[in-house]
Structures are given as structure tokens and as C-alpha cells.
Design a binder for this molecule. Structure first.
Ligand SMILES: Cc1cc2nc3c(=O)[nH]c(=O)nc-3n(C[C@H](O)[C@H](O)[C@H](O)COP(=O)(O)OP(=O)(O)OC[C@H]3O[C@@H](n4cnc5c(N)ncnc54)[C@H](O)[C@@H]3O)c2cc1C
Length: 380
């Protein structure tokens, strides 16, 4: 059982009120133009909603992943694209908090919560996404620098971020998963080339880019965590980030269900409100039940993390299930709207496009189930 405390309920309420008031000003235009909502991001930082899981020592609020999830849920309930764009600006801070040294944390974390910098995490490459150990980007130690060469793709915030956690191959031999290291790379360094990727189906307010590193010299002090431990530092990230991804899905599903309820009460057919038809009532019942189950799973995964219990199975279950039901709920919500839901004037069509991404990034739905199944069965 997870009962939210008064403080957690207050945080959720404050996030909902802010999101309801501010996000609609940006959602349609940022989606249409594939533009990042700069003012919304600054305002969200000013109001203390960004990076709340970051410790107070690094100017964060020092809350947990549960409080973080509550905020993500509320922002995504209004608009998934703007929610992701705004709150996703700290992406990568999850592993920096765990694996970075004190100097790195003091340098790179405070600007994220103050609205002075944006971060990215660069793992995926054109030839390797799910197979993280299949990446080719290389970092070679030359004197006091690591020299990075390679290409990263689909990086959230890639063309607007100030710095990024970059996974690169540093060892030529040894166990397959121990050949990598993570670096904090200043994206203004010589040799960093960035290309914004346009044409995403959804989440279009969120920036996505391809980045090429050509002999980029990174000071040796910017190695994050252990040399050879990079693969595991990325897994540390996923174990934590999947709680906010699950919350994205819960929020989007909640928003879509809200639209469906409202429309069912208004729309008439055959001389009655469509809410009076049992077929519609069954749809709403199924949507609401799935949402409740996903929310419990998402809160539980975050709560376990906050208790210090790092269990990849719970994060993966929450992420997989919440994304799955979000796709289903948004689909049914659009169906309930009939033809009007199919047009861009209604936000449900945007939700429909946005939620699909949640089944792909931070581990596809197949990878999540693979992880859960292997762990339960004890199979390597
Ligand atoms: C909007 C968006 C934002 C993103 N942001 C980031 C980011 O910030 N940083 C970053 O590094 N990446 C990011 N990504 C990339 C994302 O993490 C990858 O797209 C994802 O991990 C899948 O990798 P892939 O596209 O290479 O597909 P592949 O790994 O090539 O998979 C193709 C298909 O095969 C399936 N598959 C693969 N292996 C298995 C298996 N063993 N068993 C069963 N099925 C399997 C997959 O599930 C998928 O359906 C983002 C992607 C999107 C769409």
C-alpha cells in the first residue's frame, strides 16, 4: 500500500495547477512547429518542478523519485510533449548523482534545477539501441584527455543541451559489458557536430538530435564513475529513469481518460448522451481500471527506489505496463471522440501520437519484458 503524505499531495496539486495554467499556452504551437518551450522550461525551474530528485546539496529539492513521478504525471496529463520537453531537461542527472564525484555533481547539477543549463544522455547509435554494448563510439586516452570519436542518435535535448553523459568504448578487450566508460562532455567543445532531427510522430516539443564527435578532447577529470563501468552506469540511469517514464504514461493516460469522460457526458447520439450507452461505460471502466493499476505500479517502483531498494524488475514492470495501457487508453479515448478526435484541433490526437514513444525509449517494451522474464526465471 502506498498512501501519499500531505506534502506529496500538495506537490501533486501544485504541479497540476501550474500545468493546467501554463502548459496549454505552448502545447499546440510547440507540437506543430517542433519547438522547445523555452519560457515554460524556465518558469517550471523557477517554480521548483524540475529535477526535484536532486539533493539539496546540489540545489535540488532533495525529494525522491516518487515526488518526481507525481510532477511528471501532472505535467503529462496536460500535454505529454511539453511535459517531456520541460521536465526531461535533467535527463542523465540520475546516473550523475549516483556515479559522479563531488566536483562533478557540484559543477553540473545546480544549473539544471536553476534553469541555467540543459543536459542529455547519449547512448543510442545508428547501429545500436537496445543492444547497448553494441555501440561503437570510442574514447582514447591521450595525455590528460580522452579523445572521443563516433556518432550518437535520437538524443533527447541533443541540439539544445549544454552538456551530456556520453557512453563510449574505452577498452579493446575484456568482458563484453566492461569495455565502456561514461564521460561528461561539454557540447560546446570543438569537434561536436549536432543535427536536430525533425519529423517525429509525437513528443515534438521535445528536442531530439544526432551528434557526431570528431576528435573531441574531454579533460580526464570528466570521466564519470569507473573506467570500464560505463555500461552499468547507464543501467543505473535506466533503473531510475524508468520511474518517470512510467509516470509520463500514467499522466498521458489520465489526461486522455479525462477527455473521454468529458466528451461522453456531452455528446449525444440516438437521442441520448453517449455516456448512457453500456458500450461506452465498459470502455471507461476498463480505461480507469488499467490506469489505476499502472499508477500503483509506477508509484511502487518510485517508492522502492526512494527506500534504497534498487530492483530493475519493478522499474521495468512499471515502465512496460504503464506505456502499454497508455497506448490502449489513448486509442480508446480517441475512439470515443469519433471523427472530431482524429483532427489536430483536439488535443487527444496529439496524445495519440505522443504516447507511442513511451513504448520505445528508455528500453522498448520487448526489452522490458525480456528483463523481467529473465530475472524471474533466473536465466542469464
Ligand atoms: C523520442 C525518442 C527519444 C529518445 N531519447 C534518447 C536519449 O535521450 N538517449 C539515447 O541514448 N537514446 C534515445 N532514444 C533512443 C531509444 O532509446 C532507442 O530508439 C531504443 O532503445 C530502441 O533502439 P533502436 O531504435 O536502435 O531499436 P533496435 O534496438 O534496433 O530494436 C528494433 C526492434 O527490435 C526489438 N528487439 C531488439 N532486441 C531484441 C531482443 N533481444 N528481443 C526482442 N526484441 C528485440 C526492439 O524491441 C524493437 O522493437 C530515443 C528515442 C526516441 C524515439
Amino acid at each position: 500500500m502506498i498512501e501519499l503524505t500531505k506534502e506529496q499531495l500538495d506537490i501533486k496539486k501544485a504541479a497540476r495547477e501550474f500545468a493546467e495554467r501554463e502548459i496549454p499556452k505552448y502545447s499546440k504551437e510547440c507540437d506543430e512547429k517542433e519547438e522547445f518551450p523555452w519560457d515554460l522550461w524556465r518558469d517550471s525551474c523557477k517554480h521548483g518542478f524540475v529535477g526535484v530528485f536532486i539533493d539539496e546539496a546540489y540545489k535540488g529539492q532533495g525529494y525522491g523519485y516518487l515526488e518526481n513521478a507525481l510532477i511528471w504525471e501532472e505535467f503529462h496529463g496536460i500535454d505529454p510533449g511539453c511535459g517531456f520537453a520541460t521536465l526531461g531537461t535533467t535527463i542523465g542527472a540520475e546516473t550523475l548523482l549516483v556515479n559522479g564525484n563531488e566536483d562533478q555533481k557540484l559543477t553540473y547539477l545546480p544549473p539544471l534545477v536553476k534553469g541555467k543549463a540543459i543536459m542529455a544522455i547519449m547512448v543510442t547509435e545508428p547501429q545500436a539501441g537496445s543492444d547497448v554494448a553494441g555501440i561503437k563510439t570510442k574514447a582514447e586516452k591521450i595525455g590528460n584527455y580522452w579523445v572521443i570519436n563516433g556518432t550518437k542518435t535520437f538524443s533527447t535535448n541533443g541540439s539544445i543541451a549544454d552538456y551530456a553523459i556520453v557512453l563510449a568504448r574505452t577498452e579493446d578487450s575484456g568482458e563484453r559489458h566492461r569495455r565502456f566508460s561514461t564521460f561528461i562532455v561539454d557540447l560546446k567543445e570543438d569537434g561536436v557536430e549536432r543535427r536536430k532531427l525533425t519529423g517525429k510522430l509525437g513528443m515534438r516539443a521535445s528536442d531530439t538530435a544526432e551528434i557526431t564527435f570528431k576528435n573531441v578532447h574531454v579533460p580526464k577529470e570528466n570521466l564519470m564513475g569507473k573506467r570500464g563501468g560505463g555500461f552499468y552506469h547507464i543501467m543505473d540511469f535506466f533503473n531510475r529513469s524508468r520511474t518517470w517514464v512510467a509516470a509520463q504514461a500514467v499522466g498521458a493516460a489520465k489526461g486522455a481518460l479525462g477527455f473521454a469522460i468529458e466528451y461522453s457526458r456531452e455528446r449525444e447520439a440516438f437521442g441520448n448522451k453517449i455516456a448512457s450507452f453500456q458500450a461506452i461505460q465498459f470502455k471507461i471502466a476498463e480505461m480507469a481500471t488499467k490506469l489505476e493499476a499502472a499508477r500503483l505500479l509506477a508509484y511502487k517502483a518510485a517508492y522502492m527506489l526512494d527506500k534504497g531498494e534498487i530492483n530493475p524488475v519493478f522499474s521495468a514492470m512499471a515502465k512496460w505496463y504503464a506505456a502499454k495501457i497508455a497506448v490502449e487508453i489513448v486509442d480508446e479515448a480517441l475512439q470515443i471522440h469519433g471523427g472530431i478526435g482524429y483532427f489536430s484541433d483536439h488535443p487527444i490526437s496529439r496524445f495519440y501520437r505522443d504516447v507511442k514513444a513511451i513504448e520505445i525509449y528508455e528500453g522498448t517494451k520487448e526489452i522490458e519484458k525480456w528483463l523481467i522474464g529473465r530475472r524471474i526465471l533466473g536465466v542469464q
